[in-house]
Design a binder for this molecule. Structure first.
Ligand SMILES: Cc1ncc(COP(=O)(O)O)c(C=O)c1O
Length: 393
């Protein structure tokens, strides 16, 4: 292997984890094969026994998926990464590998809605207790920890309000309680934030978002210590939500431009947030890159960029927010984020529609809130589209 741990992030994102085969190919090959042929009965037995490290079956290992795993591990500064079929599969695999009946989880209230459902509906069914706390309330995290707390889970920046928490502070709370901190690093990616270096134990990803970066496929990953990732891998091998070779290849191509894209997303989002803040039809802009954001200083220290997602409240009610969205013509009305194309969504009736009105109010997600995942189009064209929305308020 190369000296890839010494490479800068942009170099790792393009080259880490790849060893050419005897064919000398320049681009990573896609191994579309479900199983692998053994040279002898002895070798087959050794592969199944685990004494020979070669491939057996693509639910276990696949050479294309392995390159993606090694590249992501290098980017996150992890001993090992394991790829999954989606971001939700990454979170499920982490829980199934590391939790058991009787354990307790503390989860931020500001996580992706489906993550909340996974914890509150499905894990509770199997005897795992869950407490939800406000992301930015460190005393709340501390107070929620119990003797049987095994795992703390958060996203920072949060969706859709861009709240930030001090990862090092929450990891200190977790470790004092002998628990693990899991961070969903989907919004920043390792290009802007490296949770493991800040004390987190495990990073999970929806690679569907910025890692792909072009809205082409689903994927996910978990990264952490070898001991923990071996457990995650054992669950995936048994249960099956592994990443396909083709999707791994798409994600590898996405990673090659990650550093550049995250910088460009951050630049466009900051320019748009600053402009939106000046518009008379806008009540408030939620973007951690703005000095008006309550955790702006922390974001500057913890992240190397502010990311591409922002939200804003229009002056008016749900009808006004819908008029704004319906008046846009270029941006895509879709719930996905992290795409080269700018996307727009009304969180209260889509991504967060499953929460009760009370829970939404508690989370600060008003009916007049709009979320943008700012893409890589020319900023002037994005602004022109936003002007159409403002004119319809
Ligand atoms: C922060 C975050 N985590 C996890 C997920 C789930 O990822 P996937 O859709 O790849 O299962 C999403 C999806 O939108 C997300 O936004």
């Amino acid at each position: 292997m190369h000296d890839e741990h010494d490479w800068a992030l942009a170099t790792q994102a393009i080259r880490a984890g790849f060893e050419r085969t005897a064919y000398g190919e320049h681009s990573e090959p896609v191994f579309l094969t479900s199983s692998y042929v053994f040279e002898s009965a002895e070798q087959a037995a050794a592969r199944f026994a685990g004494t020979d490290a070669g491939n057996v079956y693509s639910r276990y290992t696949n050479p294309t998926v392995s390159v993606f795993e090694q590249r992501l591990a290098a980017l996150e500064g992890a001993e090992m990464a394991v790829a999954t079929a989606s971001g939700m599969a990454a979170i499920l695999a982490t829980c199934m590998a590391l939790l058991k009946s009787g354990d307790h989880v503390v989860c931020s209230r500001s996580v992706f809605g489906t993550t909340t459902v996974l914890f509150s509906k499905y894990l509770q069914k199997f005897g795992v207790e869950v407490s939800f706390v406000a992301l930015t309330d460190l005393a709340g995290w501390q107070a929620a920890v119990r003797a049987n707390t095994r795992l703390l889970f958060l996203e920072t920046p949060s969706n859709p309000l861009n709240e930030i928490v001090d990862i090092a502070a929450v990891s200190a709370i977790a470790h004092a309680a002998n628990a693990l901190l899991v961070v969903d690093n989907c919004f920043c990616t390792p290009a802007l934030q490296r949770p493991l270096a800040l004390g987190a134990d495990i990073v999970v990803h929806s690679a569907t978002k910025y890692i792909d970066g072009q809205g082409r496929c689903l994927g996910g990953a978990v990264a952490g210590s070898k001991a923990q990732m071996d457990e995650v891998l054992a669950f995936l091998r048994t249960a099956g939500p592994t990443l396909s070779a083709f999707n791994a290849w798409v994600l590898l191509k996405g990673l090659e431009t990650l550093a550049l894209r995250m910088e460009a997303h951050s630049e466009n989002a900051l320019a748009l947030a600053q402009w939106l803040e000046q518009q008379p039809g806008v009540e408030q802009v939620f973007y951690c890159g703005l000095p008006s954001h309550p955790q702006h200083v922390l974001a500057k220290v913890q992240q190397s960029g502010f990311g591409g997602v922002l939200s804003f409240a229009v002056k008016g009610d749900k009808a006004a927010a819908w008029r704004f969205i319906n008046a846009t013509r270029m941006v895509s009305l879709t719930a996905n984020l992290g795409d080269a194309k700018t996307t727009i969504v009304h969180p209260a009736t889509t991504t967060h529609g499953r929460l009760s009105a009370e829970d939404r109010a508690q989370a600060g997600i008003g009916d007049n809130l709009i979320r943008l995942s700012v893409g890589l189009e020319d900023i002037a064209d994005i602004r022109t589209d936003m002007q159409r929305g403002l004119a319809a308020l």
